[in-house]
Design a protein around this ligand. Structure first.
Ligand SMILES: [Zn+2]
Length: 182
């Protein structure tokens, strides 16, 4: 089911630390429904990552799906992935600053530069409860970090490196198209 009205910045749920999903809960209707709602809603909201608290569930579940969007050319297309209880490790020392936006700051239509490690490793359970380990770099590494921040009640705006560089959605799209920002 597509959830259209995502909780927006200022909603308490976005600032709470999420709880881990118990292994025995993973194949339950409730958890399967949350995952399926996330998968439906990521398309509708034209996002490339989403977390359970963004649908109002304080649980450690995120999804990523890197695909072409109207405002962002995605070179590294990556299929839909589900991560339950994700843990990020082996963050690279090398970091880069890239503009981010967020489905929970969508009404504010703000985009801002955020510095993050360029590569990571993530350990999580898949939707069947099977543990996996994955190395990620570039945009995928960034999206995973952004979504895992949501599970700790952190939003990208908390990490913007320079508030004077915040952009409205329209200016963000314009500068992206002109190749003036990353
Ligand atoms: Zn977000």
């Amino acid at each position: 089911m597509v959830i259209k009205d995502l909780p927006q910045i200022g909603s308490e749920i976005l600032r709470k630390e999420c709880a881990p999903v118990q292994l025995k809960e993973i194949k339950t209707r409730r958890i399967e429904q949350i995952i399926s709602d996330l998968c439906d809603s990521i398309e509708e909201a034209k996002l490339i990552g989403m977390s359970a608290p963004q649908l109002g569930h304080s649980l450690n579940i995120i999804i990523t799906e890197l695909r072409e969007l109207p405002h962002r050319k995605v070179q590294d297309i990556d299929p839909l992935r589900v991560y339950i209880n994700p843990i990020i490790k082996n963050l690279s020392k090398e970091e880069e600053i890239i503009y981010e936006g967020c489905g929970s700051v969508m009404n504010g239509k703000l985009f801002g530069p955020v510095k993050r490690p360029i590569s990571i490793e993530v350990e999580a359970l898949d939707k069947n409860g099977k543990k996996f380990n994955m190395k990620a770099s570039g945009l995928l590494a960034r999206v995973i970090q952004h979504e895992c921040d949501h599970l700790k009640g952190i939003l990208f705006i908390d990490k913007v490196t320079d508030n004077t560089k915040l952009l409205s959605r329209n200016n963000y799209i314009k500068l992206m198209k002109e190749g003036k920002i990353k």
